[in-house]
Design a protein around this ligand. Structure first.
Ligand code: GLA
Length: 739
């Protein structure tokens, strides 16, 4: 018997849903597709929205429909997985959503109400599926945004409360993905200050593996809300089914990987619900952050390339634009400088071909001068003693040398020794009555408070309004949350602090981007402590790590570029011995490593003289001419992992038309006499022929065939036998298509 549920309207916000669903017979399949992937859901006979499939493109809606209609044993629940499982379903796995309803009930059961697909822009489609509790007026919109060319599907949920009173959201994930395979191998990231994005892979067994952060701010220093999941076998570069995921959220996150009793892997991702229950008033909506997914049947190399393409186009500001080569003052001057120190650095920078000079920490504070990290944070006025002619003098000087001028700020933070802390103690994150815990001698401003948001916005805006010559800002954040607590939020909403802080930060970013859409902003939090697609959306690049040692950077950038684009990966040549590791390395090695990302320098450039200076200038020229266009718009192929035994690392970038390539090879260890790497290229058009030329040479070539032409087939299958084996030796080659 057919029972028709007639025309259910749900007018929520601006979206209007209209759908007729036949219960009893008509099931329905909802497919979200990109060039090479499909994500499929089905509505079953009782209006449950069931996950069916996510993987390589499948053009067979009717098959899924028949599969769904086929009666399952028992209650059906053990054999099919809801698209957005809730507590109260009878499913004992981790729920995506748990709600305490207005009447105190703990159970939620969602039923399909309708679905709509739009195309907000060419190459992008957005499907919205509306679900509603079977009893309560609580709704969930599942948003699925498909990026055709990049093979990326992003997901988020909007929870709407139309009940009679407030409901408490105690779990509110962005996305749920149940995957079925024989075995699951999770690649994820770990680290510490000056050692971010180390890569580890583990086989998942029954139980829950959690990747999470509870630090509120600087959330990616130790873990990262991203991963690669390889099914059946450990991840390979060029073969095998791999999923890539990244959560666009700069606050606390939690990624759950639960292998359940039926050997499915349930991936539940979103904001960390830890001490964060959210009270949603009647009539309000809660939007979760976006979870970014990609799938590749050709290994994790393609996962990275998909994410890079997506990131450059949709996930960051100016991702396809050429980035300037930067000299940053930090490691060259730290807090100790005057006008002459800085203008001297600019003279050298200009002579060496650098394009932007960034004045880092130490330029501000008068009553409490910022001469160390003990004082001044919050007082964003130029220090008159160090810089008597003000910022404009420096800006004009930079411009007179043909350089752009950039400036460091850390506007979310305050030193107790500052005029700001004296004036606005109530703006500080705090737990009333308790002693405040300082970290790097600083405290955090409470961005859940709109007045603090105004202040932080005005730090940025006033600097740019007063000094319109500033062309770049490095935005830092050097501590995390130790004691949560807001004098602004009411007692009943203290658990909102974590989410409200991050939303407050995003409000500021949005205001900035409305007024300054293309302005260059670097994302930094003690290095890579805020490296996520939530923050990156408002930034042009990120400071990858405070560790500038080239050997450490090979590992850090290898991990970083598994998920995030090389064009945004700020990578600076610093002095030797390195300030973080004390390691001594050749200048060429430091340059060659830094050229795999967004090249810059972070030292006192007058210390580079003679032959070294000639080499540096030549390398900067080469970067501009040959390397930078490929870092900006090319495809990354990893050829040798620094994690593999052997002590080599190698990667290449190839232009989208396959006409030019830059190849990097590094020797990480001393190798025995006669032990040389053979490097096989990838991603070339096999019908093409290329001329190879080594650049950044120190007088001799590492390749016997330097200057000669080679068939792509040879390059990819036989490979290049290179004479490189001494520790910290490296080679960079340019390949050009010969027509
Ligand atoms: C952080 C940043 C560094 C530098 C210092 C300045 O550690 O990561 O690059 O800007 O702060 O205090």
């Amino acid at each position: 018997m057919k029972i028709y549920l007639k025309c259910i309207f749900y007018s929520l916000g601006i979206t209007l849903f209209f759908s007729t669903v036949a219960v009893g017979q008509n099931t329905k399949v909802i497919e979200v597709k990109t060039k090479s992937t499909s994500l499929v859901y089905a509505v079953d006979q009782s209006k449950r929205l069931i996950f069916q499939y996510y993987g390589k493109a499948v053009d067979a809606s009717d098959n899924f429909l028949r599969q769904q209609a086929y009666p399952k044993p028992d209650t059906n629940r053990d054999f099919s997985y809801e698209a957005y499982p809730t507590f109260g379903l009878g499913n004992i796995n981790e729920p995506a959503l748990s709600v305490i309803h207005a009447d105190g009930s703990l159970n939620t059961e969602l039923a399909f109400e309708g679905e709509e697909t739009k195309s907000p822009q060419p190459g992008v489609s957005e499907t919205v599926i509306l679900l509603k509790d079977r009893i309560y007026n609580l709704t969930v919109e599942l948003h699925l945004k498909a990026f055709e060319e990049e093979d990326v599907i992003t997901q988020w949920a909007v929870i709407g409360n139309q009940e009679d009173g407030s409901v408490q959201l105690t779990r509110f994930a962005s996305s749920f993905l149940p995957i079925k395979a024989e075995r699951y191998y999770l690649t994820h990231f770990y680290g510490a200050w000056a050692g971010e994005m180390n890569v580890t892979e583990e086989k998942l067994e029954n139980g829950i593996k959690v990747i999470e952060c509870k630090k509120g701010v600087r959330t990616t220093q130790t873990e990262n809300p991203s991963f690669i999941l390889s099914v059946n076998n450990p991840a390979m570069e060029n073969a095998g089914d791999c999923y890539g995921g990244a959560l666009a959220w700069s606050g606390n996150y939690r990624l759950d990987f639960q292998v359940d009793e039926s050997k499915r892997l349930n991936i539940t991702t979103g904001i960390n619900p830890f001490l964060s229950s959210w009270s949603l008033k009647a009539g309000e909506r809660f939007t979760t952050p976006e979870m970014i997914y990609t799938f590749s049947s050709r290994g994790r190399g393609q996962v990275s390339r998909n994410l890079h393409d997506w990131g450059r186009k949709y996930g960051m500001v100016g991702g396809n634009k050429i980035h300037d080569i930067v000299l940053n003052s930090w490691e060259g001057a730290y807090f100790t400088f005057n006008e002459n120190t800085l203008t001297g650095m600019m003279d050298d920078a200009a002579e060496m071909g650098i394009e932007t000079f960034v004045l880092d920490d130490g330029w501000f504070g008068n009553k409490y001068p910022r001469n160390s990290d003990h004082a001044g944070l919050g007082d964003w006025q130029t220090n008159e003693k160090k810089l008597p002619r003000g910022l404009d003098y420096l800006i004009d000087y930079a411009h007179s040398k043909g350089l752009k001028f950039g400036l460091w700020i850390e506007p979310e933070m305050v030193n107790p020794e500052s005029e700001l802390a004296e004036k606005h103690p109530e703006w500080i994150v705090q737990s009333p009555g308790r002693e405040k815990i300082v970290w790097r001698n600083q405290l955090l401003l409470d961005l859940s408070n709109p007045k603090v948001q105004d202040f932080v916005y005005s730090v940025f805006d006033s600097l740019l309004t007063t000094h319109p010559g500033i062309e770049c800002i490095k935005w830092d954040a050097n501590r995390h949350v130790e004691q949560a607590g807001s004098t602004f939020l009411p007692a009943t909403e203290q658990t909102h602090f974590w989410v409200s802080y991050t939303e407050g930060l995003y409000n500021v970013y949005k205001r900035i981007r409305t007024k300054y859409p293309d302005f260059v902003i670097q994302d930094c939090a003690s290095g890579g402590g805020r490296l996520d697609y939530g923050a990156l959306k408002y930034h042009n690049e990120f400071w990858t790590s405070d560790n500038t040692d080239p050997l450490s950077r090979i590992f850090i950038q290898y991990g970083t570029n598994l998920i995030y684009p090389p064009v945004g990966t700020a990578s600076h040549v610093s002095t030797s011995p390195n300030h973080q590791t004390m390691r001594v390395t050749p200048l060429k090695f430091r340059f060659d490593v830094a050229m795999t990302g967004r090249l810059g320098m972070e030292l006192q450039p007058k210390d580079i003289q003679g032959k070294d200076r000639e080499f540096a200038m030549e390398a900067i020229k080469n970067y501009k001419q040959y390397v930078r266009p490929l870092i900006t718009n090319g495809d990354l192929y990893r050829l040798k992992s620094p994690y593999d035994e052997g002590g080599w690392a190698s990667q290449m970038y190839v232009s989208k038309e396959n006409s030019s390539v830059v190849l990097f090879v590094f020797s990480l260890e001393p190798h025995l006499r006669g032990v040389f790497p053979t490097v096989k290229l990838n991603g070339l058009d096999p019908t093409k022929t290329y001329q190879i030329e080594e650049i950044n040479m120190n007088g001799w070539s590492h390749f016997w065939g330097d200057g000669q032409t080679f068939k792509a087939d040879y390059l990819m299958n036989a490979g290049l036998e290179l004479q490189i084996g001494v520790q910290y030796d490296s080679a960079v080659f340019i390949l050009k298509e010969i027509k």
